[in-house]
Design a protein. Structure first.
Length: 169
């Protein structure tokens, strides 16, 4: 669910400040896994080059001693050579917590993008609508979906979304 306020289209087309929130995925080991690497790449390509942007990397120590946010930051800096502004949210252990803990880091932004695989990002956007509808009004589309990219992961994520919606109806 993207922003639906009457001014949402205007926000999406103007420069200003933006927060690109990248949601982490359970990661074993000391290096970002395939899913987290994909999400970081999608987050970076979602950045509006005309805006003052911050990449907010979310994820705690779900399956590792090192927070997912730190693994994603290391990947962005060391392997992708990303030099833009990044802020870490290293404490969350669920999607609900990702959003709750990111709120203080994104409140300043004129536009907000949530990046993950598309179905997971949709769940996170719904959580933002539940937690802070005023911020959810600022949601705009990220560039996490490209036709033909990571097809098996997208199928699995879509099935998980169907299950999630069935369980929460």
């Amino acid at each position: 669910m993207l922003g639906t306020a009457p001014h949402a289209v205007d926000i999406a087309n103007r420069t200003g400040t933006e927060a690109v929130v990248v949601l982490g995925y359970g990661n074993h080991g000391e290096r970002a896994n395939f899913v987290n690497r994909y999400r970081v790449r999608a987050g970076i390509r979602s950045i509006d080059r005309t805006a003052e942007s911050v990449l907010v990397l979310c994820g705690g120590t779900v399956h590792s001693e090192v927070p997912e946010a730190e693994l994603m930051e290391r990947f962005a800096r060391d392997e992708l050579e990303y030099t833009g502004r990044m802020v870490l949210e290293p404490d969350s252990r669920s999607t609900w917590q990702n959003i709750a803990n990111a709120i203080p880091l994104i409140e300043h932004a004129d536009t907000i993008k949530i990046v993950s695989n598309s179905p997971h990002a949709e769940v996170a956007r719904e959580y933002l609508w539940q937690q802070r509808p005023d911020l959810a009004e600022r949601l705009v589309r990220a560039d996490e979906h490209r036709f033909g990219e990571i097809v098996p992961m997208k199928i699995g994520a879509a099935l998980r979304l169907v299950l999630f919606r069935w369980q929460h109806r």
